[in-house]
Every structure is written in C-alpha cells, then in structure tokens.
Ligand binder design. Sequence first.
Ligand SMILES: *[C@@H]1O[C@H](CO)[C@@H](O)[C@H](O)[C@H]1NC(C)=O
Ligand SMILES: *[C@@H]1O[C@H](CO)[C@@H](O)[C@H](O)[C@H]1NC(C)=O
Ligand SMILES: *[C@@H]1O[C@H](CO)[C@@H](O)[C@H](O)[C@H]1NC(C)=O
Length: 354
Amino acid sequence: MTKVLLVLCFLLGLLFLVQAHGNHKKIGFYELKRGNFKLNFTNYGATILSVVTPDKHGKLADIVLGYDSIDSYKNDTTYFGALIGRVANRIGGAKFTLDGKTYHLPANDHGNTLHGGTRGFSDVIWSVESHKKHSHVTFSYHSHENEQGFPGKLKVQVTYKLIGAHQLAVKMIAKSVDKATPVNLAQHTYWNLGGHNSGDILSHNVQIFGSYITPVDKVLIPTGETRSVKGTPYDFLEPKKVVTHIRELPDLYDMNYVLDKSFQKQLSKAAVVRDPVSGRNMELWSNQLGMQFYTSGQLNGTKGKHGAIYHKFAAIALETQGFPDSVNHPYFPTQIVKPGETYEHIMLYRFTAS
Ligand SMILES: *[C@@H]1O[C@H](CO)[C@@H](O)[C@H](O)[C@H]1NC(C)=O
Ligand SMILES: *[C@@H]1O[C@H](CO)[C@@H](O)[C@H](O)[C@H]1NC(C)=O
Ligand SMILES: *[C@@H]1O[C@H](CO)[C@@H](O)[C@H](O)[C@H]1NC(C)=O
C-alpha cells in the first residue's frame, strides 16, 4: 500500500515538474561542417553557438561570442547568437493597437518592449525539423495566442544552410495562423572577426549600404523621421574603422539603418566587415529594409566561452530586420502579417580571408 502511494506521489510530482516547465522538449547541439568551415547550433533560442573560419594564414578561430553552457544562455541578457522574435528591437510604451484593439506587452526595457518580451523566441526551446551535417539545420516553433501579449498563433521556422565554400544562408519564415500580428525576426550574433577572444572591434573596417538612419529618443524609440548619414558619425557608406567617430556618440553605435535598395525585398548587400589583423572579411546580404548596427557598448566583463571575458566593444552585431517600433509608426513599412500571409527574411553571410 505505501509502495503504491509512493509511486503515485512520484508520478504526481513528475507531472507537476513537466507542467511547471511547460516546454519539456530536449535541448541539443547541431553541427554544420564543410571543409574547415564549422558551425555549432542549439535549438535553445535557435542559437548560433560558434562559427569557425580560417584567417589569411589558414589559422582557424571561432568568430562569434557565446557561452560554454546552456544555463548561461538561459541567464543571458545579451542575446548572443539568438533568433529574436516575435518582434525584434523595441516597441515603444510596451503596447500597440491593431484592428481597433490595444495589445499590452511586457515592459522589459525602460518602459518599452525589447526583443519580443521577457521570454521571446530567444528563450524558448525550438523543435528540430531536420539536420544534415554537411547541409543544413532547420528549427521550428509554434507561438501560441497571446504569447508575450501578441495576437494570434504564429508558426515560425528558421533554416541555417551552408551554400558554397564559407557561406551561410539563414532563412526565417513565419505564418500567421488566425489573426493579424506584427512579426519582425532577427539573428543576433555578435561577431569579432579576429576571434571571439581577441579583444575589441574598434579597428575593424565597416561598410554599411544605408544612406539614412531612423533617429531615436533617449530610450531608443524612433522619433519617426529618417535622417541622412552624410556628415555624421553614422556615415559608413565608404569603409571606415569603427573607432573613427565612436567617441562622438553618447549611445555608441546602436542604430537602425535604412538599407539602400532599388526595390523592396530584393536580396542586396547590407554590410561588409573586415579585420585588418586576421584578414577575415564578412559580407552580409539581406532582403530586409533595415539593419540595426550595434557595437556591444553594454558588454562589461561578461564571462564567455573558454574563459574569455567580453568587454565593451568586443563585437559587432548586424541585425537585418524591419524598422524598430514600426507597429507604432504608420509611415514606417508595415510588419503586420495577416492570416494566410508568409513573412520571409533571408540573410547570406560570405566569409573570405586575404
Ligand atoms: C557544440 O556545443 C556543445 C556545447 O558547448 C559542445 O558540447 C559540442 O562539442 C559542440 N560541437 C562542436 C562541433 O563544436
Ligand atoms: C545565473 O544568474 C544567477 C543570478 O544572477 C547566478 O547566481 C547564477 O550563477 C547564474 N548562472 C550561470 C550559469 O551563469
Ligand atoms: C562595469 O563593471 C564594473 C565592475 O563590475 C563596474 O564597476 C562598472 O560600473 C561597470 N560599468 C558600467 C558602465 O556598467
């Protein structure tokens, strides 16, 4: 009798544990490899854990910031390598109105919503749809109605795919199931082309194919205007060292660029980054209209992989996406995805060394 009771208690306890965690899918690691181009991913946050590429002498290094353990990713406030959603970047006042209804979201950043809320797509366990080590890995996630306050169900899928030598394509797809909803996905990898543990990126050369920015207020919400970069520290139309004008900016670089395109949604070159020391070069192409350029001004002694300590300016993030807070700016390109419509975001990274 006591045995039966004990077993019953154990089962009830197990049930409680599973329910308390809700999401009880398994967290795993998924490698992609072609020659000496090696990448590692996890389905926790559909995250890029590492990208190993050769420098101009053929010496290999991991060029993305990250942690050693999944527990550190769970604790993380930097979004290292993660897939961000349902709406990346900021939503002003943590609310928006759509089809006559006002939606309230978690305020996790100075009264605004940042990167999808307190538990966005970067902090959930994704399903693994398919994985072929020499080709691709595909993760998917079903976001439920009212998740982090957003309307309707959303089915999301991201594929990381090797194409050609030292090229990575990222394809993000989202389908709204039953209600119109804002969608703005972003890949949030922190790059240091000298190697994740090589110091700062101040001498990296950056070129951004964007002639305009969307200026922001004190809490980084767009004012609604678009402003030319000409004659400002934001001008990276020609390649320039990150350090050149950085001290003139109170908020360092954390700004959305309007990418120059001859027509919308075409795949075009968004940015080129080059590290003169290692000779590594990274080209980023995207079909998105905007790109957040961030120089890790908020890192301050973060304990990273293999004992690395990441300080201010340890990396560059180039997050192609729609414009921040679009949902509250009628003149910004819309991010609303209606039932039956498909959101599609493509990124292409090309790595070379010379
Ligand atoms: C991927 O990351 C996990 C966790 O850090 C590690 O155990 C595994 O060895 C890594 N695989 C590769 C190929 O780097
Ligand atoms: C997570 O954060 C808590 C509170 O800051 C800390 O005590 C703990 O050591 C952290 N765990 C990891 C793995 O970083
Ligand atoms: C960075 O960390 C140091 C040591 O923990 C602390 O004294 C300093 O105030 C921090 N700086 C910022 C800008 O948070």
